[in-house]
Design a protein around this ligand. Structure first.
Ligand SMILES: CC(=O)N[C@H]1[C@@H](OP(=O)(O)OP(=O)(O)OC[C@H]2O[C@@H](n3ccc(=O)[nH]c3=O)[C@H](O)[C@@H]2O)O[C@H](CO)[C@@H](O)[C@@H]1O[C@H](C)C(=O)N[C@@H](C)C(=O)N[C@H](CCC(=O)O)C(=O)O
Ligand SMILES: Nc1ncnc2c1ncn2[C@@H]1O[C@H](COP(=O)(O)OP(=O)(O)OP(=O)(O)O)[C@@H](O)[C@H]1O
Ligand SMILES: N[C@H](CCC[C@H](N)C(=O)O)C(=O)O
Ligand SMILES: [Mg+2]
Length: 488
């Protein structure tokens, strides 16, 4: 593909620089990582959190880059060898150029943002579409699920080059519908700017990623790019109505001229009237216009009703009828490691694996299991290293307030000293026990279970590794819980 065809009219800044022969430069591939450059590739230098790609232009050229895009101003300093063009938004260019280069995307794409519930909503939306016979996919924290495909994930929102390569593969394999997660990092770093969205959704906002975002307003504003910058005018914006931040999300979508569809107790598109919680399932009455539906969700946790309604809202905004959407909910499978029942003791104490690794999620999950726990709630959790340190004491406090037995352990300490992370949690977790080794912490907790108790092992969910330093050792909460239950 020629460089002039990569970004089309979207980057007049580039068009004016592409004079004469330079506009016919052939591009063999695109990358933002100089170490990945192959001869003939376009290297897009972007400024990141640790490094500035502009410092690697020489490296990219030495590996045979055919051309370079960098921040306006930085091109003057680059060594010659191939054309170097300066743009005001290299990250946006990267996303648009990757979309143009790989070309195809599933016809109907939706994206969901929010602090908690993204993976669940993306997974549920895929399941509702699939229930109606559509070739549907999901892309998110747990990976990629599509007909005949199930890949383990790494980033919640992949970088634009991997994302568009993936979307083209899915479209070529016949996938027509895809639901993806839009993380705040992804939105802020323009990873989704090349995706053609048919609808988008917002679940809620709570504390997360305060190591990356300077303020909660910046965090919310990054999320609101989904409506303000990405979703086309007039397209459906499905918004969970019962969160503290719902009004701001509605205002952002209205300002962008979108078709706002609220769901929840205060929702106008899908109105939640009544919920009954059982041990492993929930039933609810919902109204859509003048129609009344009784829905049954075979999952525990109040929050799953909220996620199910957002997913139904997205499906109903992309061609699925209300009846079909709600009947699909009866067969819903929870996303791996989201309040997932992994087993129970002989006398019926339940053991769940959950992905709560932030305060609101922990609070939600602990309050969700209280109504059906006649004995004690036992929680095993930790906090990740190289991530928001402020959430550690907050999560310590929540755990001790809402659970009866708290065991603080390790969860991906990464480059930090695990004892220090645990101490920061323990400082606000009066009466908690500290057991660094996660497998031992799980064994200890399972060994304590008595009839009526509920165990929650939180923080790692679907993860298959424990990252200590720069090494990821195989580790699965599911497996450790099963092993411990088997040994009773
Ligand atoms: C903080 C963060 O989001 N970092 C992501 C970001 O890296 P960055 O732009 O900050 O990279 P950098 O290291 O500063 O380097 C800047 C640029 O120089 C380039 N470079 C660097 C070295 C070199 O030799 N040559 C070279 O060209 C890099 O490729 C990069 O393009 O862009 C990279 C490529 O897209 C990501 O891999 C990387 O994710 C890191 C690994 C990460 O851990 N991200 C997490 C925090 C994340 O994104 N999480 C969200 C939300 C999770 C959730 O709550 O669900 C997610 O979407 O997963
Ligand atoms: N709607 C919700 N409201 C509050 N908490 C929720 C909600 N949905 C899920 N949770 C909690 O958050 C955890 C993660 O859920 P999920 O993976 O669906 O969210 P996510 O937004 O994708 O999270 P991440 O950003 O970490 O990928 C669950 O295990 C549960 O503890
Ligand atoms: N997407 C999140 C996942 C955190 C999961 C938790 N197990 C941890 O390692 O902190 C992040 O990268 O911040
Ligand atoms: Mg997720």
């Amino acid at each position: 593909m020629k460089i002039k065809d990569l970004a089309g009219a979207a980057f007049p800044e580039l068009s004016v620089q592409l004079k004469g022969a330079s506009s016919d430069i052939e591009i063999a591939g695109i990358t933002a990582d100089s170490r990945q450059v192959k001869p003939g590739d376009l290297f897009v230098a972007v400024a990141g959190t640790k490094a500035n790609g502009a410092a690697y232009i020489a490296d990219a050229l030495s590996r045979g880059a055919a051309a370079v895009i960098t921040a306006a101003g930085a091109e003057a300093e680059a060594e010659a060898g191939a054309p170097v063009f300066g743009l005001s938004e290299p990250r946006r260019f990267l996303a648009k150029a990757a979309a143009a280069f790989y070309g195809r995307q599933p016809e109907t794409m939706v994206a969901v943002t929010g602090t908690a519930g993204k993976t669940s909503v993306a997974s549920f939306t895929r399941q509702i579409w699939a229930h109606s016979g559509l070739a549907a996919a999901m892309i998110g924290t747990t990976g990629v699920v599509a007909p005949g495909r199930n890949d383990y994930g790494s980033l919640t929102t992949p970088d634009p080059v991997s994302l568009h390569k993936l979307l083209a593969e899915l479209a070529d394999a016949g996938v027509t519908h895809a639901a993806m997660e839009a993380s705040s990092h992804g939105l802020d770093q323009r990873r989704l700017d090349g995706v053609r969205l048919a609808a988008a959704a917002f679940t809620n906002l709570g504390r997360d990623h305060m190591d990356y975002h300077p303020t909660v307003e910046h965090y919310m504003a990054s999320k609101m790019r989904l409506f303000g910058a990405l979703l086309p005018k007039g397209a459906p914006a499905v918004i969970f109505a019962d969160d503290q931040w719902s009004d701001q999300a509605v205002a952002a979508a209205r300002k962008a001229g979108q078709d706002v569809r609220t769901v929840g107790r205060k929702g106008e598109f899908i109105t939640l009237k009544r919920v009954e919680h059982f041990r492993h399932k929930q039933s609810a009455e919902v109204h859509v216009g003048d129609d009344i539906f009784e829905i049954h969700v075979p999952l525990a946790g109040d929050f799953q009703i909220a996620n199910a309604l957002v997913a139904a809202g997205l499906a109903m905004s992309t061609g699925i009828g209300a009846k079909a959407a709600f009947s699909a909910l009866e067969k819903l499978q929870g996303a791996s490691g989201r309040l997932e029942l992994v087993g129970h003791t002989k006398d019926g104490a339940l053991a769940y694996v959950d992905y709560a690794h932030k305060p609101d999620a922990l609070e939600n999950v602990l309050t969700s299991v209280r109504p059906f726990t006649t004995g004690r709630i036992i929680i095993v959790f930790g906090c990740g290293g190289d991530r928001d340190k402020g959430k550690r004491p907050i999560m310590g406090e929540i755990a001790t307030r809402l659970a009866d037995v708290v065991i603080v352990t390790d969860d991906n300490p990464r480059s930090e000293v695990p004892e220090v992370i645990r101490a920061e949690i323990m400082a606000a977790a009066k009466g908690a026990t500290e057991i660094g080794d996660r497998a031992e912490a799980i064994r200890t907790a399972v060994g304590m279970l008595k009839s009526g108790d509920t165990l929650i092992v939180a923080g790692k969910g679907h993860e298959e590794g424990q990252t200590v330093g720069s090494v990821t050792l195989p580790f699965s909460d599911h497996e450790e819980v099963r092993k411990a239950l088997g040994g009773l």
